[in-house]
Every structure is written in C-alpha cells, then in structure tokens.
Write a protein that binds this ligand. Sequence first.
Ligand code: ATP
Length: 309
Amino acid sequence: MSNVVIEVSDLAKRYGSLNAVDGISFDVKANEIFAFLGPNGAGKTTTIEILQCLRRPTSGIAKVLGLDIANNGNGKEIRRRIGVLPQDFNGLDRLTVKENISLFASMYGRARDPDELIRLLDLEDKAKTRFDKLSGGLKQRVGIAAALVNDPDIVFLDEPTTGLDPKSRREVWQVIQSLKQEGRTVFLTTHYMEEAERLAARIAIINRGRIAAIGTTGELLEKYGGDRFLIIEDVLSEKLSRLKSQFPDLREANSDIMIRVESLKDVSQVIETLNNLGVNQGIQIRNPSIENVFLRLVGARLTEEGKLA
Ligand code: ATP
C-alpha cells in the first residue's frame, strides 16, 4: 500500500456565496500526526467532514485510504476504517464510562473490547463513573475511546482539547501520541499553536478556506518563524559602544539589545564574545516560533479562543 492515506486535490466547498473551503490540496501519510491549524471558521470542520463522507464537496478530489469520496459506494467502507472525535462530542450523561464505550462498540459488527479501550485511555478508575460526573478532559478521553471502537486506521480529532485546562490538555496529548504509537494516522484540527507544534509531524496552516503553508514544524519555523536573536537586558551605555563595534548589526529595543544569530551553533560563540566584553548576565535567546509563522502567513495573531487578533 502506498504511504499516503489521504489525498486531497483542489477541494472546495461553497455555502451560498461563502467559499468555506477554497481549493485546498494536501496529502496525509500513514502513521503521521497531521495538524490543521487555524482560527474558528477557517474551514477545518468542513474539510474533515468531507473526508468522512458527511458533506459533499462543491468541487475537487479527495481519496481516503485509496477510496474516492465521490463514489457513493465508498462512504460505508471509509467510515468503517476511520474513527472520529467530533467537535461537540457528548456521551450519554446517565450512563457510566464503560456503558458509554460499550454502547459505541455495539454499533459495530466487530469492535474492540471496551475494557481494553478503558485501559488504553487510562480510564480504569472512572469505568463506573457516570459520564455527567466527569471533568472535561475525561469526557474527551471517553470520546477518543469511542472513536477507537472500530479499530480505525485513521483517527480524526476535531479540536480535541478546546476549552480544557492545561493539565487535562496535556493528558489528552499523551493519548494522541499513544495513537501514533499504536500505528494509527491522526488528523488533528486545532487552534492551539502549541498543540500543533508539540504533536504534529506536519502542520497545514489554514485560514479563510485556504492553506497558507504546509510543512514539518521545522520547515515552517525555518521559512517563516523569524530570526533567532540573543537578547541582552539593561545594557549599560559604556558597554553599548563596545558591543556596537563588535556587532555592527545589533538592534536596540528600549533598554535591551538584540543580536541576530544565524544558527544554534553560533549562539555559544556569540555568548563567548559577550562574556569577553564583560556581559555575563541577562542574556536570553529568542528562537523562531510558530506564533511568528502564523503572524507572518496570516497577518494576525491566533488567540487562545481561536480568534484572529
Ligand atoms: P470552528 O472551529 O469554528 O468549527 P472551522 O475551521 O472548523 O471553525 P468550519 O466549521 O468548517 O470552520 O466553517 C467554515 C465556514 O463555513 C464558517 O464561516 C462557517 O460559518 C461556514 N459554515 C459551516 N457550515 C455551514 C453550513 N452548513 N451552512 C453555511 N455556512 C456554513
């Protein structure tokens, strides 16, 4: 089988006059965690619901596990081989964790053992707890268990950690990493930059229905992440002139100065030079960041709430 499990070419979805998905192309490789990073309304859910054969595209081609979504007969087979955590996942409040997972499992002819999923999601202590008594993070873990009942090749997670506190978010991240370790492919949508950066092998930055850039985190940082700087705080004026003669390109920002360094290797050399000039304290490194990548490509910042600012 080819290494590519999702192929999308010039895919578009119009709602009236709105181009919700506006001609996007990308591939997802087997066993990678692939992230769609973008603000609310960027077209993330629309894209993944097209791939799940829940919505029809206006135009373009998409293949999931080699199966063309345009062929009506493929919908059933695709859904049999994928798992989905929808953005608005909700279990049944009055049922326990185990009853919920068993219920989802009962919808499939061949399903994984609910106890095995409970172990995998580290939910043993909560197996007999009612769904409505769970924290947001635990509810999402039940949702991921539900997405795994059919032992899917590809798992779609639509904003799996939106609204969670940082600790629960980290727990869900661990689960997502374990999905990869199990050999699955993960298609993640998120508006959290840190989430995409931490988890994904490749990130597509999506805004207004278009992919602004796509690549490994390293590639995006290299291309759009901005320069690497050493920042030296509160430089005394008598040292400034010596620094200026050594580093003619240095930038002054308030009482700080910034020295651009080409690569990580150069950092230690520059620090040594600084030490020789008597600057030993208040030195910080500012690396290229995914925040900068986003800002450069989209022209706005992505807030915690998933808005552009
Ligand atoms: P969110 O995180 O808010 O769900 P998203 O990136 O998943 O954002 P989509 O839900 O795909 O974005 O929505 C893309 C655009 O299409 C939005 O402007 C949305 O309002 C619009 N839209 C989505 N579904 C429909 C629909 N059924 N009818 C009309 N417009 C729609």
